[in-house]
Design a protein. Structure first.
Lengths: 249, 597
């Protein structure tokens, strides 16, 4: 069974992002880029499926600029067998990525696609769901436990009320939550092997996908600065402020 | 907040632009070290250093290694961290592929070693000492010894130690008294006590391979009568499994100023009938083997100066940005500001920063020269590089660690009263780095090695060549416009003049008046270190300017030029005073009668 794992190159979680002065986005020039942490969990899960004898091949996929190759090498250092870069300088939105992934799924015929539930840059939380819809496959999102047996996957999901367990038929889409696993540190021999693993480069045109943005970003601004707190005299005062100032009750 | 962030940006810059990693990757045997692989190695090593080693730094310091009943228990988490470190292959990075190593260049190893040391100085000593022992066996061990021990040591399953020091044989190894009695089966029985044995015992690995200096019964007196032996903690059976416990015991560990998690053992060999040992190489050549490895060990310790200073700098910057105290000087009625706004705090932070960058740059450049000295196809080029490495090792070891102590001390100062309180963590870096100027040859030993063996003995040939190379940069500096480069150029040129003057004086007077010249050894080591560091900073500034001219917008580049300017004004200016001390400082030092002290 093949497993496809899409990985996104994002600003490293340690970096404090700065909004560009013209409000068109955040400044990503000269900042450290890394693999989206949710995607790292997805790679780890796929590699564990392979080590457990369930999967036979793990293919990492990324879409974006040439620099995404580094992200794919990181995935291969964790244990993915090969990588595919869909190279484009265009701004990619979740629907375009889902279409690119659909094209790759049709080409590679995986039984399972494991994605991070969202990326830490735009927090869209859409690609996995859109891909499932485009393919007409079952989906289990926000997975905290995955067991694959035969042509079925049992997925435990974290929901507001607690844990929900779904059984879905393969082929299927799974998106990962933070508690699914703890990604390993890549070993030095695997880092060196990753360099020699195959990495294909395709263009959106070759996949027949139009990646032109459908959404227009009007403005990106910093969240409002946190205001200093005030001391309230008593409970009545607190209730009054919550009602009339904060307007939350 | 992640405690330590590996300075990958500066490491990559130094590797690529100053140490010439692309040229290193063209050396025979170093082809693996392409830019993308090196980047990946640095990224993943950084994750390990930040995520696994750094979180154990404070707890390891507080808990310390514990001795009980002739065995050492490591602080919580160290065993697991070490096993993960070994399983992930980091012990094998620069080792020979023949024995399971990855054979990556020394200069790449320097970067990751710096990370291990910044993240956790005490932890890093175990792999450092093991590497030393591996190199000794590779260099001089018989095929049988190599087959028995090397693979397990390279993979980190077993660790190694270096047993040189005895209670009366510290810097003077001629005084080694441990005995080795030949046995009928070709092995030896070792008797004696060794002290200051780093990781002499611990619970992180199944076996410990001690390399021990001792004398055979027929050995001549002095340094020419010392042999080197392998003494395993557990005997190794023919099939590689572990056998009986050898008579090599850790009888206590030291209570130290710093590196509390690193067990410093007193080792007793042969108290219960004799420890079984195996000769490495030939009898009476032990010290020679040790000295060949010594360069590597001294280089590794030099990186500790860079590493602890980097960590201290990161902590000081974080604190200075966070700590609100006082108002801006020169602004009437202004609000309270973070202390990074105060000019003197700025000066301290810049002093820390520029010295971290200068010591790192010089260390990596020497690391790359070491790779060329080992791997270059042309014997003449190998020889030149080896001469450069030999000259610079005392600088990387002596100067960088002395700078490390200064920088870590300044780090405490930036914190004010809180720096003196252990819980801020600033004090630990100062306590930890304090050993680095002492072990593997004190600063005094390094400086004497520099002026004697590395300069006077060869009539100053190599240092003259280095001075000539440094002068070649003047043409490039002259082409740059602006005040910063004008100042950098002037101060660097003046610094070179001082090094040249002092070096000539040392070479001219060493033979006739070694006592007088030796007073100036450490000041000269500082002088040469500061100017050689300035050389690398000036090169860095030129590269940065070229990048800016080519349209690069990364703020890293203007920062590099500003940091170099600061270095010129605050470090290179020390050269003139040091040169006076080198050439005229002996009068007062030697005049007082011993009884008057």
């Amino acid at each position: 069974m093949k497993v496809l794992v899409p990985v996104k190159r994002v600003v490293d979680y340690n970096v404090k992002v700065r909004v560009k002065s013209d409000g068109t986005g955040v400044d990503i020039a000269n900042v450290k880029m890394s693999m989206n942490p949710f995607d790292e969990i997805a790679v780890e899960e796929a590699v564990r499926l392979k080590e457990g004898g369930v999967a036979t091949e793990v293919i990492a996929v990324s879409a974006g600029v040439l620099g995404c190759q580094e992200t794919l090498r990181t995935a291969m250092a964790i244990g993915a067998d090969r990588g595919i870069l869909v190279e484009t300088d265009a701004e990619l939105q979740p629907l375009a990525v889902a279409k690119l992934l659909k094209a790759l799924v049709e080409k590679e015929q995986p039984q399972l696609v494991i994605l991070g539930k969202q990326a830490i840059d735009d927090d869209a939380n859409q690609t996995g769901q859109m891909l499932a819809a485009l393919l007409g496959w079952p989906q289990a999102t926000f997975a905290s436990k995955v067991v694959v047996a035969g042509d079925k996957a049992t997925v435990t999901r974290e929901v507001d009320g607690g844990l929900e367990t779904l059984e879905i038929s393969l082929p299927a889409i799974i998106t990962t939550d933070l508690r699914l696993n703890e990604p390993r540190y890549a070993t030095l021999p695997n880092i060196m092997k990753a360099k020699k693993k195959p990495l294909d480069n395709v263009k959106p045109d070759e996949l027949g996908v139009d990646v032109a943005p459908r959404l227009k970003t009007l403005k990106v601004s910093e969240p409002p600065k946190r205001q200093a707190g005030v001391k309230v005299a008593d409970v009545a005062d607190l209730v009054e402020k919550l009602k009339n100032e904060a307007k939350v009750i | 907040m992640s405690e330590y962030i590996a300075p990958i940006r500066d490491m990559q810059f130094v590797l690529k632009e100053l140490a010439g990693i692309d040229q290193v990757a063209q050396l025979p045997g170093c082809e693996e070290a392409t830019a993308d692989l090196v980047d990946a190695v640095l990224e993943e090593a950084a994750k390990f250093a930040e995520g696994v080693l750094s979180p154990l730094n404070v707890s390891g310091d507080q808990e310390g290694a514990k001795w009980h009943d002739k065995a050492v228990t490591m602080p919580k988490g160290f065993k697991e961290a070490y096993q993960q470190f070994a399983e992930n292959g980091w012990t094998a990075l620069a080792c020979e592929p023949e024995f399971g190593g990855q054979g990556l260049p020394k200069v790449v190893n320097a970067c990751v070693t710096e990370m291990w040391k910044s993240a956790n100085h005490a932890f890093s000593l175990c792999p450092l000492l093991t590497t030393g022992a591996i190199e000794a066996l590779v260099l001089a061990g018989s095929d049988e010894l190599k087959a028995t021990y090397l693979e397990k040591m390279v993979s980190g399953v077993w660790t190694g130690t270096m047993n040189l020091t005895e209670p009366n044989a510290g810097s003077d190894l001629a005084a080694v008294r441990s005995k080795a009695e030949p046995q009928a089966d070709g092995s030896y029985k070792i008797f004696g006590q060794k002290i200051f044995i780093t990781y002499g015992d611990h619970d992180m690995a199944d076996n410990i391979v001690h390399l021990v200096l001792a004398r055979t019964p027929t050995a001549p007196e002095g340094v020419k009568g010392i042999s080197l032996f392998v003494v395993p903690k557990f005997m190794v059976n023919a099939d590689g499994s572990l056998g009986a416990r050898n008579d090599a015991w850790c009888v206590s560990i030291e209570h130290k100023l710093g590196i509390h998690a690193s067990p410093t053992a007193v080792m007793a060999y042969g108290d219960h009938g004799g420890a079984i040992g195996y000769l490495v190489g030939e009898e009476n050549r032990g010290l020679e083997y040790m000295f060949i490895m010594m360069n590597a060990a001294r280089y590794g310790v030099g990186l500790e100066g860079v590493a602890d200073a980097e960590r201290a700098y990161q902590r000081a910057v974080t604190y200075a940005k966070d700590r609100i105290q006082g108002t801006d000087i020169g602004v009437r009625g202004g609000g309270k500001v973070a202390i990074i706004n105060h000019p003197d705090v700025r000066r301290m932070l810049m002093n820390m920063r520029c010295q971290v960058e200068a010591t790192r740059a010089l260390a990596y450049v020497v690391g790359a020269a070491h790779d060329a000295a080992v791997h270059h196809a042309d014997a003449e080029v190998r020889k030149q590089n080896q001469a450069f490495v030999d000259l610079m090792i005392p600088i990387v070891k002596g100067w960088s660690t002395e700078v490390g102590v200064e920088v870590c001390s300044t780090g405490v100062q930036v914190h004010g009263g809180m720096g003196f309180i252990e819980e801020t963590g600033a004090a630990q870096h100062l306590r930890d780095v304090r050993i680095s100027t002492i072990y593997e040859g004190t600063t005094g030993i390094q400086a004497n090695d520099l002026i004697g063996r590395k300069m006077a003995r060869e009539g100053g040939a190599t240092i003259k060549a280095v001075i000539a190379t440094m002068r070649q940069l003047d043409g490039e500096l002259a082409k740059q416009s602006g005040e910063d480069f004008a100042v950098i150029r002037r101060r660097f040129a003046a610094g070179i003049d001082e090094v040249e003057k002092a070096a000539e004086w040392i070479v001219a007077n060493y033979r006739d008046d070694v006592r007088t010249v030796s007073v100036g050894a450490v000041p000269f080591m500082w002088l040469f270190g500061i100017v050689a560091g300035g050389w690398q900073m000036a090169r860095a500034a030129l590269v940065a300017q070229a990048k800016i001219d080519a349209g690069e917008k990364d703020p890293f580049f203007p920062a590099k030029i500003i940091t170099t300017r600061f270095y010129a004004d605050h470090q290179l200016t020390r050269a003139a005073g040091l040169a006076v001390t080198v050439m005229e400082g002996a009068a007062g030092a030697l005049a007082l009668e011993e009884s008057m002290f």
